[in-house]
Design a binder for this molecule. Structure first.
Ligand code: NAD
Length: 225
């Protein structure tokens, strides 16, 4: 499972990094259904800026290492990311689940239409029903239900090796996955810049920038096969 930390070295700031803010905004002001109801323009502008920023960044060695691991891995593999960027797929990951949605998708709050979306959303009518305002980013906000939980639960129940990479362990239910994996008998590894909230729940910890620790960990795994 990956979190915002794996994309930090690509130039995408993490969520809580500087004083609990995401690009200068309080989470409650940009990443909740209530925020969208109160000030949709602010929220759309915020995500339009995040989406535009994607065009200026590239996957880093940690994203690429996970794509190599997947390609070489014999047996079931699932990369669950909390990230809304597309750096894993650009690095070549295939068995990938965006549990918090994707910046490059939009959906209509009026008619339910949803599809890939690469432009801005502010001031744009729904391509299906024509209503405005209606579109929102296809992102899972706080208080909303993550995508693919059944598939994730099934993978955790059958898990032998669980790694949490670049995640603070503050966002639920993702923060609880380590416990599920442990219960299934998995070896659990935290790869993070610094200890996350659930650090003591992992069998093994490796601290440092993802580009270094993930690359080294993947190389070890592949060498030991
Ligand atoms: P978080 O911001 O709460 O925590 C980031 C974690 O990454 C921290 O533990 C930090 O120590 C670590 N980190 C920072 N730089 C690192 C580096 N170079 N190498 C390794 N680790 C590093 O992130 P979260 O736990 O993913 O939760 C935040 C939520 O915010 C997610 O749900 C996600 O949807 C959203 N978010 C996504 C992006 C993105 O898509 N790139 C960016 C910001 C926030």
């Amino acid at each position: 499972m990956t979190g915002a930390g794996i994309s930090a070295e690509s130039g995408l700031p993490t969520f809580r990094g500087a004083g609990g803010l995401w690009e200068g905004h309080r989470v409650e002001d940009v990443a909740t259904p209530r925020a969208f109801a109160r000030d949709p323009d602010l929220v759309l502008r915020f995500y339009d800026a995040r989406r535009r920023a994607l065009a200026t960044v590239e996957p880093n060695p940690a994203h690429r290492a996970l794509a190599r691991l997947e390609a070489a891995w014999e047996g079931p593999f699932l990369l669950v990311t909390q990230n809304v960027d597309d750096l894993h797929e650009r690095a070549g990951s295939k068995r990938l689940l965006h549990m918090h949605g994707e910046l490059l998708r939009a959906r209509c709050t009026r008619c339910g239409w949803a599809d890939r979306w690469s432009g801005d959303l502010l001031g744009v009518a729904c391509p299906a029903c024509g209503r405005l305002p209606a579109l929102r980013p296809d992102i899972v906000w706080f208080e909303e239900i993550p995508i693919g939980l059944e598939r994730i639960e099934a993978a955790l129940a059958d898990c032998r090796l669980f790694a949490a990479i670049g995640t603070s362990g503050r966002v639920w239910p993702a923060a609880g996955f380590v416990e599920r994996a442990r219960r299934a008998g998995a070896h659990t590894v935290e790869l993070n810049l610094e200890p996350g909230e659930a650090s003591d729940r992992f069998h093994e910890q490796r601290f440092g920038p993802a580009s270094r620790v993930v690359t080294a960990w993947v190389a070890e795994l592949l060498a030991g096969r």
